[in-house]
Design a protein around this ligand. Structure first.
Ligand SMILES: Nc1ncnc2c1ncn2[C@@H]1O[C@H](COP(=O)(O)OS(=O)(=O)O)[C@@H](OP(=O)(O)O)[C@H]1O
Ligand SMILES: Nc1ncnc2c1ncn2[C@@H]1O[C@H](COP(=O)(O)OP(=O)(O)O)[C@@H](O)[C@H]1O
Length: 886
């Protein structure tokens, strides 16, 4: 005779079995699964005389299997509180089924056991979101508040463990969790002693932290529908989250849609706690739906059924709810400017544009124009005229007295006639806008550098920026014809209008802006999430899209995209910001805050970008003493400033926090950008999860593969006849032997006959020759290839330029073939030295032209002393030591 204990994997199923087996111990086969796995009886192969106990799984969903077990002669005890339909009458079936909203299976078992082990039933009732029933059942136990709270926590944690798409998502297989429980008759001892409980509690807190600031994408008068991403934490918390919502807003119904790994959604529905009914009816209208009156779910809701579900949900729960109108921050100056011409006006302008003089905008000017056209620079309606410009430069005020920190003018190379009209084009010739010139004047860059960029220094980046501008400025109104054409990440190029609409639809009244220039790691993620939660706000990540499309840019964007699913669903929006940044310290920050406001943001995070060194704090983004005056200016802008603190990770607390809040004695950890780079270079997988997300690290690995997979260039330099060609050819063969990768050999002679034919041996031509070679080597290195260059390359400065160009993409190894002039001349393999000495060849390196030996080459080889094999071995060794060869 065999025993089978079949039970739902949630708190109610596990506790019900635990109570029963404490009272009536029995060796049994355990049959269970994730909470949604309710058709469990079919997994039981019992025969005559076997005893089957089924707990907390709907009889209706197990009807066929039950009938077949009974037909086999098994004896079945069935205890449950879910929809049962007709209960079969059979002498071998003992059914204790009650579908009343206030009960649960553990309470039914508790009734069967006359209250023995009641505390477990209380925990289960809490876990099943039946707090009132739990308290009623607990009354005779005379528990303290602390004990009641503990039982609630126990129920919630046990219940939480059961949610997931499959048992892989769970912390414990429910059968294993039951076994862990089994040693404890006293739930309080279980909580204080069992490591399993500590694990669940930690997991629960971490997962609930993720949903803390969720905002529902669908809101109805009677309830709200939330969306969770396709990630294990989301699958784990989906059901518990429903209970949590039910408790915090008892008058409303809630549904949580969780993306499933293979498409579609798992759905949890909770009826309002104040009026518990209707959840099961709603869910049963879908093929895989079922449950109880107050809490029900759908195992698989296909994408195509979402609309139908939303319609049924909103009509099932028609309660009255105060409408939550969005009170998004207004645009700066009150109104969102839209400079795009439409309809007949646009047609007329397009027609006129064909006849107008044109200005072709550079990438920076394109960014400025795009922000003007889409309203991000509201209330500006064009480029500033002189009075506005001067007010802004000297006093941060427009002519009308309103605050504005950054000059926005069109820089040109000569004065434009007032009243004239100019068409602004992109480099492809598309007409973007028509400017009516109001004023044009010569730029006073010295004044602007001092006032706006706070500098007189020639090498200040602000000065370089100003010098990149034309010598004159023009101001005047702009009418838009086309937004600058952008081919990359088009779905992320959202205008202020579009974003405002999205925020309003989501019922947002507050939005925090974060404008990163660099990759966001865990510290940035945690702080931004925290800011949004603390301010009951959404988050807008405004990724700067102002650089030329370098590979780093694409990596950056892909990293932001990879990060998004980690935010609670609906919390964060990612959008590209076509803002050409200015190295103007405080003024730049203030300007960017105005732009953020126009995009709908009420809060603005200052600093926090993970730059070349370590993560920059808000205070590091600005010079000391600049933070305080900011407050006043932010007040003028109407946006709340949040200064990014130095975030540290506290391993013992398993969380990030600002360093200043780190409790005394707590250890802290920070992974510096340098350390991260080093680990990436070494191909190490051990980048801690607290430092960055694996998806982000994977993107970085793509951009910066480990050295072994990266391209490199071996650059020989030395006199004619020194042995460059001989060594490079031998190295070429060796590298192919060792790596199996193709190698490109660019010999001085060969390059001169093909790429640089016609070039002389003057200094200028030699430089050009080497730069060409360097460019090609750089391209090959960039794409992960191996290149060997073997020119004379007599000038140090040129070799350094090539080194700089190539090191950006991969390894650069300078090999000085230092064979002496005497030896080279004695060899004179091509008879060139003889000709040079005879004056037949002019400007011959070493004889009548200079050779600047390298100061710090990676390798130095004098082929007068060192044989070819030994020389190649030395180079290979250097490449290995640097990690580029195995
Ligand atoms: N005036 C003069 N000076 C130096 N070399 C001369 C000159 N005229 C011709 N040659 C031949 O050109 C080869 C050097 O070309 P490179 O392109 O390597 O020279 S450079 O790096 O641009 O200085 C060099 O090849 P190698 O002997 O292999 O070095 C010479 O064969
Ligand atoms: N150890 C050595 N390494 C390289 N070349 C050597 C060595 N010993 C003698 N030679 C000879 O020196 C000459 C070097 O010429 P080459 O490789 O064309 O020099 P480069 O390319 O620097 O002008 C060849 O004739 C080569 O056979």
């Amino acid at each position: 005779m065999a025993n089978f204990d079949v039970f739902n994997g949630d708190a109610d199923g596990i506790c019900a079995l635990h109570q029963l087996r404490l009272a009536e111990p029995r060796d049994s086969v355990l049959v269970t699964g994730v909470k949604r796995d309710i058709a469990l009886l079919r997994n039981v192969s019992a025969t005559a005389g076997d005893r089957v106990t089924a707990l907390d799984i709907s009889l209706d969903k197990n009807r066929d299997a039950l009938l077949s077990l009974l037909a086999q002669g098994a004896e079945v005890t069935y205890v449950d509180h879910h929809f049962a339909g007709d209960i079969p009458a059979h002498p071998a079936l003992r059914a204790v089924i009650d579908t009343a909203p206030g009960t649960c299976t553990s309470l039914l078992v508790d009734g069967m056991l006359a209250g023995r082990y009641r505390a477990w039933a209380v925990a289960a009732a809490f876990g099943d979101n039946q707090a009132e029933s739990a308290l009623r059942a607990a009354a005779p136990l005379n528990l303290s508040e602390v004990q009641l709270t503990a039982l609630r926590e126990l129920g919630e944690c046990l219940n939480y463990n059961a949610y997931g798409d499959s048992v892989e998502d769970l912390h414990f297989h429910p059968a294993e969790l039951y076994r862990q429980l089994h040693g404890y008759a006293d739930p309080f001892r279980f909580m204080s002693e069992a490591p399993a409980f500590a694990t669940l509690k930690r997991g629960y807190n971490a997962d609930m932290g993720m949903v803390h600031a969720l905002v529902p994408p669908w809101v109805y008068p009677g309830g709200a529908v939330y969306l969770l991403p396709n990630l294990p934490w989301a699958r784990r918390v989906s059901g518990v989250f429903g209970n949590h919502l039910a408790q915090i807003e008892a008058s409303l119904a809630h549904a949580v849609l969780t993306h499933k790994p293979d498409g579609g959604y798992v759905v949890s529905v909770r009826a309002p706690l104040d009026n518990p009914g209707g959840a099961d009816e709603l869910c049963r209208q879908f093929e895989s739906g079922g449950g109880r009156k107050s809490a029900a779910g759908i195992n698989h809701l296909p994408e195509s059924e979402v609309e139908r579900f939303l319609a049924l949900f909103s009509s099932a729960f028609m309660g009255v709810r105060p409408s939550c109108l969005s009170e998004l921050i207004s645009p700066y100056g009150g109104e969102l400017v839209n400079l795009m011409a439409e309809g007949a006006r646009r047609d007329a302008l397009l027609h006129e544009a064909a006849t107008l003089p044109a200005l072709t905008l550079n990438p920076r000017q394109l960014c400025d124009l795009e922000l003007l056209l889409n309203g991000a620079l509201s209330p500006l309606r064009g480029y500033m005229c002189r009075a506005d410009y001067q007010g802004v430069v000297t006093d941060m005020r427009l002519a009308d007295g309103s605050f504005w920190p950054m000059p926005i003018v069109l820089d040109v190379t000569e004065t434009l006639a007032p009243g004239s009209r100019v068409v602004l084009r992109d480099s492809g010739g598309s007409a973007l806008a028509v400017l009516t010139v109001d004023e044009s004047w010569p730029a006073d860059k010295v004044l602007e550098a001092r006032q706006v960029y706070g500098t007189d220094l020639a090498d200040h980046p602000g000065m370089a920026f100003l010098h990149s501008l034309g010598s004159h400025y023009a101001g005047g109104l702009v009418e838009g014809l086309n937004l600058p054409h952008r081919a990359d990440f088009t779905a992320l190029r959202l205008s202020p209008g579009t974003l405002r609409e999205r925020f309003a639809r989501a019922g947002r009244s507050r939005v925090v802006a974060f404008q990163p220039h660099h990759i966001m790691h865990r510290a940035q993620f945690e702080f931004t999430r925290h800011c949004a939660a603390e301010n009951d706000a959404g988050l807008l990540i405004q990724a700067f899209a102002d650089e030329l499309p370098e590979p780093q840019y694409f990596t950056r964007m892909r990293c932001y995209q990879a990060l998004l699913p980690y935010y609670p669903a609906g919390l964060a929006e990612l959008s590209l910001l076509p803002l050409a940044s200015r190295p103007a310290g405080v003024r730049a920050v203030l300007w960017q805050a105005i732009v953020a406001r126009n995009y709908g943001c009420s809060h603005f995070i200052i600093g926090g970008d993970a730059g070349a060194g370590e993560m920059r704090r808000g205070s590091d983004a600005l010079a000391p003493g600049q933070i305080l005056p900011l407050a006043e200016h932010f007040a003028a802008i109407g946006v709340e400033a949040i200064v990014f603190p130095r975030m540290v990770y506290a391993p013992d607390l398993a969380q990030y926090l600002p360093e200043e809040y780190l409790p005394a004695g707590q250890a802290s950890a920070v992974l510096s950008a340098q350390d991260l780079r080093q680990r990436l270079d070494d191909g190490r997988e051990d980048i801690p999860h607290w430092a960055s997300f694996p998806e982000v690290v994977a993107e970085l690995h793509k951009l910066r593969p480990m050295r072994m997979q990266r391209g490199f260039t071996v650059f020989f330099t030395g006199l004619s006849g020194a042995g460059k060609t001989t060594l490079s050819q031998a190295l070429d063969l060796k590298l192919m032997e060792l790596t199996g990768r193709p190698v490109t050999l660019l010999d001085g002679d060969v390059v001169r006959t093909l790429l640089s034919s016609g070039l002389s041996f003057s200094k200028a031509d030699r430089d050009l020759n080497i730069r060409r070679m360097g460019f090609i080597a750089g391209e090959i290195t960039r794409h992960g290839g191996i290149t060997i260059c073997a020119p004379i390359a007599p000038y140090r400065e040129t070799r350094q330029a090539v080194r700089d160009m190539i090191s950006e993409w991969g390894g650069f190894f300078e090999v000085h073939v230092s064979t002496s002039l005497e030896v080279c001349e004695a060899r004179d393999p091509k008879g060139l030295y003889a000709k040079a000495r005879a004056g037949i060849i002019k400007e011959f390196t070493g004889v009548s032209d200079p050779y600047e030996a390298p100061h710090n080459p990676e390798v130095s080889i004098n082929t007068g002393d060192v044989g070819v094999e030994e020389a190649v071995a030395r180079i290979v060794h250097t490449l290995q030591a640097a990690g580029y060869l195995a």
